[in-house]
Every structure is written in structure tokens, then in C-alpha cells.
Design a protein around this ligand. Structure first.
Ligand code: GCO
Ligand code: MG
Length: 454
């Protein structure tokens, strides 16, 4: 069999979910090519696709060894085109001809090449390159990336579900349904959840923090903090009354509250024995965590908005949070996230990587590999890929009884149908403001018109 044949088999078989015998044959083949000169980077490109809500950016690195290539997630949906440009105009010329198997050195080279660093656009661009190189390394070695990181610490990664609704009783029903699907952890919200701000005329904006009949002094979407917090206490009370303490509950405060207000709420929630409260403060208010820690025992998760070590290191080493929840591509990809997980372990901080729809299936898979290889894994958000996304991104993880199961295929085990991806260019499925703002977000304001961090 020619070299090209061997490597095509390695690549192609990923999507087909190998059985033991085939995996053995393939690893034997991988061993055969192992001594080859280290692959050089021949091309760097971006797959920009929007099969569902989010604008996805997936970097593809092709090497000078036929059939040896890799994919990495660079998804920053609110500024996708800027990230793609950073990859094509700045990282590609830097990488062409460079060895594809010096992942850490390449990370540091890209990180320092802009002199100014630790920003959302550049970190996402670096993430795409970093994860593509890990994919190549795994394909070359004939093993999944989690095996390159020391192998599995657990068979599968436990996931959480989301349950929302206009009224507490609807949320209770949503939690019940999630438990019926095998989930033991459910993140709840009432009238407006996480990033879905509702915008003009969107029903959920009505629920969130706007007492019935109250109107803002302005046209746009309104968020009224105090009523929103009172409603969440009603939701937790209803869930515990109807469902008891068996189910682990969480809520995303989405950094929308004043620090004192947030501390009071986190304290008021102690009676509900929550799994965690997420983003109780904004990164700009990180220094309030010391006070929050001193005041109450409710576990907190923080970090999806972090881009810099200056943000996560003091919270982890100060044992001021319980879960580090970074968006893996926003910190520079799998290599950077792995370092955060290793930093967090001795401080008793667990991982709960940010995993909503604006992480690509490649990114979700990289998170899953991190979850499997990190001793201090906490909980996984998202990663259930279906519909056309699963047709474009073949080889994604499977779900069973509340757990996400990775395939044993080499690299990330994902193969991308790039032709099909091209059928979903940016803007394909964007409504209202989102289209006008090229995937970005508009404003969210309190009743008097003051901007709120969303
Ligand atoms: C979450 C997040 C999301 C974000 C969104 C931003 O915890 O899942 O807070 O809802 O708002 O990913 O684009
Ligand atoms: Mg969040």
C-alpha cells in the first residue's frame, strides 16, 4: 500500500468509527509511517460556515505529507470575519513551511507575533491553529488526542442540560424532562437565558426582570435586575419543592448584576444547595470574588469571558471560584486550556468549559478530550451535534444517559465535509439585528436606559 493509501485510510476511517481489528490495522500502519520526516505546514485555511445559529470558524492546516491535515476551532461568532482575517493575513504567512509537530513553540510564536496579545480575536485565531496541530499529531500517531495527554481519567464526560420557561412551573417541567433524558445536572433560567437577550419584541425579554406592565424609558430590550433575581429565587424554590435535592441545579447570572446585588443573591441561594452559579460577576469586578467567598458557600463558576491569564490565575490560586469556565478558543485553544486545567487541579478548582452553540463541533470535541484527560473535570456544556451540523462535521461524540462519549479515532476524530459547509455561508440563518450586525450583538439596557453588560 502506498504512503498516500495509508494516510487516506487513517483520515477516511475516522468518520466511520473503527472497530477494534481495523483500529489495530490502522495503528500498525501509523507506526509504519512514524519515522517519516516531520510534516511541514503547506497551507492554512478557514472554513467559515453557519449551518445553524452561530457563525463558525474552523481552521484547516494541510501538511506536505499527503492526506495529513488537521482541524481546529477559532469560533468567535460576534466577530467571526475578524478572526478569519487574522488567520489568513497574519498567522498563515508566519506558519507556511514551519514544522507542524512543534505545537507549543508554534503557539508561543503566534502569541508573540502581534506584540500586543491576550485579545479575543487573536486568541481565537491562535486556537484554530493550535487545535489543528493537535489533530495532525493525533492522526500521525494513530491515536485520539486525549491519549497524547496521558489517556482517559474517565470513560465519558457528564453533561448538563438547560431548562427555561416563562414561569417557574414551566422551568420545573423542563427540569423533569431533562432528568427523564438521563441528565443529573440542569441549568435553569426564567424568561431570558444566557446570551439570548430577546431584543425588540422578543417574548422572553418580557419575563426577565420586567415586572408585568413596567416599561423602559426607551424602545430597546430591557433588563430589570432586582425582579429578575427575585424570580430566580422563586424558580429554585419551586424546583426544590417539586423535585427535591436529587437533581443538581445551576443558573447563569451572565454578569448582569451589581456586585453587592450578586453577593446577596449568591448568599440567598445557599438554602437551595446549588451545583454552581455562573458568572455572578463580570470580569471587570473580579476583585469582588474575595468578598463573595467570605460571605457564602454557594459554588461559583466563572470565566467564559476571560482572555488573559491575569483574569483566571488570581481566582484559581486564591481558591475564589469552584469551576473555571473559560471558552477554550477565547483563551488560545486546547494547549492554553490544558494549562489552565493543570493550574486549577492543586487548588481544587474543576473545569466546566463554556460550550454553547457558538463553539464549533471541532471545538466541542477538543473540550471533550480535555474533559477525559483532566483529573479535575467538573461538568460539560453542550457537544450534542445533530442535524446538518453532524453531516458537515462527521465523527462527533455520542450522548447516552447524560454523558458525552468520544470516539477512539485518531486526532479529534472529526472529518469535515467542506463542500457541504460551503453551502451555509455566514448570514444564512440570521434573523433581525443579528444579520444587520454581522453576527454581533446590539444593546441591552436597564429600564432607565443605562447599558447593561449582557
Ligand atoms: C453560556 C453562555 C452563552 C453566551 C453565548 C455568547 O453559558 O452558555 O453564557 O449563553 O451568552 O455563548 O455568545
Ligand atoms: Mg454563561
Amino acid at each position: 500500500m502506498t504512503r498516500r493509501g495509508v494516510l487516506q485510510m487513517i483520515g477516511g476511517s475516522a468518520a466511520m468509527g473503527l472497530d477494534g481489528r481495523q483500529l489495530e490495522a490502522q495503528q500498525k500502519a501509523a507506526r509504519a509511517v512514524r519515522g517519516m520526516p516531520s510534516p511541514k505546514i503547506k497551507d492554512v485555511s478557514v472554513i467559515a460556515t453557519q449551518p445553524t445559529g452561530a457563525r463558525l470558524s474552523v481552521v484547516k492546516i494541510t501538511t506536505d505529507q499527503d492526506g495529513l491535515f488537521g482541524y481546529g476551532c477559532a469560533t468567535f461568532t460576534q466577530r467571526a470575519e475578524l478572526v478569519n482575517l487574522a488567520v489568513e493575513r497574519y498567522l498563515k504567512p508566519l506558519l507556511l513551511g514551519k514544522p507542524a509537530d512543534r505545537i507549543e513553540d508554534t503557539w508561543q510564536m503566534c502569541y508573540n507575533s502581534s506584540y500586543w496579545r491576550n485579545g479575543p480575536v487573536l486568541n481565537n485565531a491562535i486556537s484554530g491553529v493550535d487545535e489543528a496541530l493537535w489533530d495532525i499529531k493525533g492522526r500521525q500517531a494513530g491515536m485520539p488526542v486525549y491519549d497524547l495527554w496521558g489517556g482517559k481519567c474517565r470513560e465519558a464526560a457528564q453533561m448538563f442540560a438547560n431548562a427555561g420557561g416563562a414561569e417557574p412551573k414551566d422551568v420545573v417541567e423542563g427540569v423533569r424532562q431533562a432528568m427523564a433524558r438521563g441528565y443529573k445536572h440542569v441549568r435553569v433560567s426564567v424568561g431570558g437565558f444566557g446570551g439570548r437577550r430577546g431584543g425588540r419584541g422578543a417574548p422572553e425579554a418580557e419575563g426577565a426582570g420586567r415586572a408585568s406592565g413596567a416599561r423602559g424609558l426607551h424602545e430597546g430590550p430591557v433588563f430589570d435586575r432586582a425582579p429578575a433575581l427575585r424570580r430566580m429565587l422563586d424558580v429554585f424554590a419551586a424546583c426544590r419543592k417539586e423535585l427535591g435535592f436529587e437533581v443538581e441545579l445551576m443558573h447563569d447570572m451572565h454578569e448582569r448584576y451589581e456586585p453587592r446585588q450578586a453577593i446577596q443573591f449568591v448568599k440567598d441561594c445557599e438554602q437551595f444547595k446549588l451545583y454552581f452559579l455562573e458568572d455572578p460577576l463580570s470580569p471587570e469586578d473580579n476583585d469582588w470574588f474575595r468578598e463573595m467567598r467570605a460571605q457564602c458557600t454557594t459554588p461559583v463558576a466563572m470565566g467564559e469571558l476571560f482572555n488573559s491569564p491575569h483574569e483566571w490565575t488570581p481566582l484559581i490560586t486564591g481558591r475564589l471560584i469552584d469551576f473555571i469556565r473559560c471558552h477554550v478558543s477565547q483563551v488560545g485553544g486546547a494547549s492554553a486550556a490544558r494549562k489552565i486545567a493543570l493550574l486549577a487541579e492543586p487548588f481544587g478548582v474543576k473545569t466546566a468549559w463554556h460550550g454553547p452553540g457558538d463553539v464549533s463541533p471541532v471545538g466541542h470535541t477538543a473540550q471533550l478530550h480535555l474533559d477525559l484527560a483532566s483529573y479535575n473535570f467538573g461538568i460539560q456544556e453542550g457537544g450534542l451535534i445533530g442535524g446538518v451540523s453532524a453531516e458537515i462535521f462527521k465523527g462527533c461524540a455520542t450522548f447516552k444517559d447524560g454523558y458525552l462519549w468520544a470516539s477512539a479515532a485518531p486526532g479529534w476524530g472529526i472529518d469535515v465535509d467542506e463542500k457541504l459547509a460551503a453551502k451555509y455561508p455566514y448570514g444564512t440563518s440570521e434573523q433581525g439585528d443579528r444579520g444587520r450586525l454581522n453576527g454581533g450583538w446590539g444593546d441591552l439596557r436597564s429600564p432607565d436606559g443605562t447599558i447593561i453588560k449582557q
